[in-house]
Ligand binder design. Sequence first.
Ligand SMILES: C[S@@+](CC[C@H](N)C(=O)[O-])C[C@H]1O[C@@H](n2cnc3c(N)ncnc32)[C@H](O)[C@@H]1O
Length: 185
Amino acid sequence: MYFAFLITLLTFHLSEWLFIYVYCRKELSWSSTLLSLPYVGAMLFATMEYVLRIYFLGKQTKMEKYCRLVGTVLVILGEVIRKWGMFTLGSCFSHRIRTQKETHHRLVTKGIYRWIRHPAYCGWFVWCIGTQVMLCNPISCLLFTFLSWKFFQNRIALEESTLIGFYGCSYKEYQNKVWSGIPFL
Ligand SMILES: C[S@@+](CC[C@H](N)C(=O)[O-])C[C@H]1O[C@@H](n2cnc3c(N)ncnc32)[C@H](O)[C@@H]1O
């Protein structure tokens, strides 16, 4: 199972880097992989939980099979939602929140943005939880859900204040009509 988890991580981070390489090459850097210190720490914690669980409790084959199935579905669903959002934004997408409106930047409300205001965040949220369900990690599951929810709460508030600055009433109208994509936000 751990091998599938590593492949999941590799696919996610490599595809993030590749997307920036293709769509916003001038922003390309190591951070385009989205590998930050707190994130790597969280994944190491998850690994530790997985190893300790197997060591002390052994493998519970039936439970593991069920977790693997649900986790894989969540991971794929999360990737699809996120990458669909990223491809819809195209060059308007960036990993960092733009504070200055660039000339090519437009308010996108088409494609998946018709139903979800933050598909890239929604997808990452689902993917993140999926990686822990996949490993059958109850503690990391709760921790990842809470920490990523908190992270997106702050991030969405900041991002939307800049988007209101760029697009004023048009964004406020869009905000009132369309769900954020993260529960309770
Ligand atoms: C990391 S991307 C995340 C995009 C979006 N929050 C999502 O989850 O799909 C951040 C950049 O996307 C831009 N952005 C977010 N929503 C947008 C929209 N509806 N139309 C155009 N640009 C958008 C912001 O200006 C920001 O610089």
